[in-house]
Design a protein around this ligand. Structure first.
Ligand SMILES: Nc1ncnc2c1ncn2[C@@H]1O[C@H](COP(=O)(O)OP(=O)(O)O)[C@@H](O)[C@H]1O
Ligand SMILES: [Mg+2]
Length: 366
């Protein structure tokens, strides 16, 4: 009853691999790690997330290379954890999103990382293409993790709000004493902070928000950013780096002439505000905010989030014994289990799909 989940999020900071153990009934993350992508592959994947020349050939090459890398990385991790591939029922493979376009006609979403190669390399049944069926049924194809958040965090007495701070942030509302699930992307997570520090200082991310903490919030820029149409839009909604990228920052900040650290401080404030706005506007009311994803390590961001949500308890998923770095990968392991069992994994109230759907396609390992 063990499954592997593999995920590379919009931050393209590495490949998350988790083992999910279902032997006790309730899902438990048994192992998780983040494997660095080969630098050339990482660069090529980032390049594919925006328009450019020769996209089809580059996407085809990256699809094959990433599929191969995922297969090898899963085998290496299993060996390191002393788990035989024979003891893994299936791999749930998200792949890398290179475009997410829920608002075009027709809408589409595109993940690469060839599952044929994952199955061929590992010999393990692989479940992939987990977003497009929801979209075919009229949904956004995202977020999918709310059902997993429900399985892990629902509490009978306290409202719980799970906030995953990846490149994009998403929130799952789990009212106490209820089985309703609401979830949606709230806007940027680390995307703007990463884009700006990379542009100004060549660093991949602002560790602990240290650079932002050296700057001061610029009120006019903050006001401009708060005019963001996505944050004020009611759910269902999902977004990506197609919106929240360096261009977004440049467009908002160019009319002003602020020191770069003030821009970073303002982006951090805007990010915290956008999450807090979602929690207050569409959440169940005061309760526990449970943070997961890489952004929960950003102390400055979490402090601003806490300050924006007085009366709420602010926790890390780790405080509740759930590894906040492996959680998304583990979610895809769980979806693989559900797909093999013929169970749906989308939540129509979250994605806007016409109904529950069994997600993905199965690539037999042998
Ligand atoms: N100590 C830290 N301080 C600030 N930000 C961090 C820290 N650790 C991780 N991050 C942020 O988390 C991001 C990765 O988070 P992750 O949940 O993997 O996102 P994604 O799902 O988009 O890949 C990094 O790009 C970085 O911005
Ligand atoms: Mg990541």
């Amino acid at each position: 009853m063990r499954y592997v989940g593999v995920m590379s999020g919009t931050s393209v900071d590495g490949l998350d691999i988790a083992v999910l153990d279902l032997s006790a009934g309730a899902p438990r993350i048994a192992q998780s790690t983040t494997v660095a992508l080969p630098p050339d592959l990482g660069t090529a994947l980032v390049a594919l997330t925006s328009a450019g020349d020769d996209e089809i050939a580059r996407a085809g090459t990256c699809d094959a290379a990433l599929g191969e890398f995922i297969g090898q990385a899963v085998l290496a991790c299993l060996e390191c954890w002393r788990i035989s591939p024979h003891d893994i029922r299936a791999i749930g493979c998200h792949g890398q999103t290179i475009r997410h376009s829920p608002d075009t006609t027709p809408p589409f979403t595109l993940q690469i990382g060839d599952p044929n190669r994952v199955a061929e390399t590992t010999g393990i049944d692989t479940v992939a293409d987990l977003r497009r069926r929801d979209m075919a049924a009229g949904g956004e194809g995202a977020p999918l993790t709310p059902l997993f958040h429900d399985a892990l965090f629902r509490d009978a007495e306290r409202h719980r709000i799970v906030v995953n701070i990846g490149g994009i942030a998403n929130a799952t509302m789990l009212p106490a004493a209820s089985d309703s699930i609401l979830g949606f992307d709230t806007g940027p997570g680390n995307a703007l902070l990463d884009a700006w520090i990379r542009h100004c200082r060549g660093e991949p991310y602002d560790r602990d928000g240290a650079w932002a903490s050296q700057g001061s919030v610029a009120p006019k820029l903050l006001e401009t950013l708060r005019g963001d149409g996505f944050v004020s839009r009611p759910p269902p909604k999902s977004t990506g780096k197609e919106l929240y990228n360096l261009d977004y920052v440049s467009r908002a900040s160019t009319p002003f002439d602020y020191p770069p650290e003030d821009v970073q401080a303002t982006l951090l404030e805007f990010t915290a505000w956008s999450i807090a706005t979602a929690v207050e506007r569409w959440g169940p009311g005061t309760g526990d905010v449970v943070t997961c994803g890489g952004g929960r390590h950003n102390h400055a961001l979490i402090n601003r989030l806490a300050a924006s949500l007085p009366g709420y308890g602010i926790f890390r998923s780790d405080d509740l014994d759930v590894d906040g770095d492996g959680l998304e990968a583990a979610a895809f392991a769980w979806f693989a289990h559900r797909t093999l069992a013929g169970q749906p994994s989308n939540v129509p109230a979250v994605t806007g799909a016409k109904g529950p759907r069994v997600l993905g396609a199965i690539y037999p390992g042998s």
